[in-house]
Design a protein around this ligand. Structure first.
Ligand code: CP
Ligand code: NVA
Length: 312
């Protein structure tokens, strides 16, 4: 085990903040922790550490996997919501961070406004982990990459296709693709395409990331097809979204245009019959539950990293 004394907290806010080498190191640690767990070996790397988790929005996977992950590493958790904190009575996120830094060893937060995440992290003297904002979902994409590599090998050699709405998970995939060099073909309807920030990221990612509107074109020869809900947390126009995004449903016909061995991923929760059919999500190409499981292993490695533990 290698631990460092940290002058500045190691935040995990966006994949854009990282080098490919550091993310690779975290992924390697995740794989090692997964193997060890399967052997019944739970290295107690975070004894006496307390992770506070603040959820401003709903969660099943993020909430349970961080909680269980901390316990497996010997640490403890506090589950909080903004509604039951003084955040609900307009205490600022910065002041909240200053106070919580005096009590806990790290903070994980799910909050829609990415600027709020940055305000919290900027004032926190303990590590802050992004558990999803409207802008990004970096923990999810770490688990996705881990899952792809378990099934098919190096992500850098993959042709990845994203079909459907343009959202937080896609943004983190754009950031990962820039780092790891996999190709990423995006098909979104113009109406629900990338916002200015994501467009800038796509342009900055280089030629391996392409944006179009045709789902059939995007999945051609893909090794991995990814979609997500058409109505993300904070979206206000579900009726219009369902109408406009209907041609982007991932069904067996669309999957047939990808490579024969292509995998299907979805971060979950899925809206069966909308963005994906039962046949695809329950079919042999789907790895959605491996993806969900790997949230646990990837986040345990992220937790170790924020606490200065790079190897085990
Ligand atoms: N994929 C994901 O983050 O799931 P939850 O919203 O259930 O945490
Ligand atoms: N894009 C989805 C992901 C949920 C985990 C949302 O933001 O609601």
């Amino acid at each position: 085990m290698t631990a460092h004394t940290l002058a500045q907290p190691r935040h995990f806010l966006s994949l854009q903040d990282f080098s490919a080498e550091t993310l690779r190191q975290i992924l390697d640690l995740a794989a090692e922790l997964k193997v060890r767990l399967r052997r019944g070996d739970r290295p107690q790397l975070l004894t006496d550490k307390v992770l506070a988790m603040i959820f401003e929005r709903e969660s099943t996977r993020t909430r349970v996997s961080f909680d269980v992950g901390m316990r497996q590493l010997g640490g403890q958790t506090l589950m909080l919501t903004g509604a039951e904190m003084q955040l609900a009575r307009e205490e600022t996120l910065a002041d909240t961070a200053r106070v919580m830094s005096r009590y806990v060893d790290a903070i994980m937060i799910r909050i829609l406004d990415n600027d709020d995440l940055l305000e919290l992290a900027g004032a926190s003297s303990v590590p802050v982990i992004n558990g999803l904002t409207r802008r990004t979902h970096p923990c999810q994409v770490m688990a996705d990459i881990m899952t792809y590599e378990e099934h098919r090998g190096p992500i850098g050699e993959a042709k990845v296709a994203w079909v459907g709405d343009s959202n937080n998970v896609l943004a983190s995939w754009v950031h990962a693709s820039k780092l790891f060099g996999n190709s990423l073909s995006i098909a979104c309807p113009d109406e629900f395409g990338p916002d200015q920030a994501l467009l800038a990221d796509i342009r900055g990612a280089g030629a391996n990331v392409t944006l179009g509107e045709d789902p059939h074109q995007a999945v051609r020869a893909a090794d991995l097809v990814i979609t997500d809900t058409w109505v993300s947390m904070g979206d206000t126009d579900p009726g219009l979204r369902r109408k406009v995004l209907k041609p982007y449903r991932v069904d067996t016909n669309l999957m047939a245009r990808a490579n024969g061995g292509a995998l299907f991923m979805h971060c979950l929760p899925a809206h069966r019959g909308d963005e994906v059919t039962d046949e695809v999500i329950d079919g042999p190409q789907s790895v959605v539950f491996d993806e969900a499981e790997n949230r646990l292993h990837a986040q345990k490695a992220i937790l170790c990293w924020v606490f200065g533990i790079d190897t085990v």
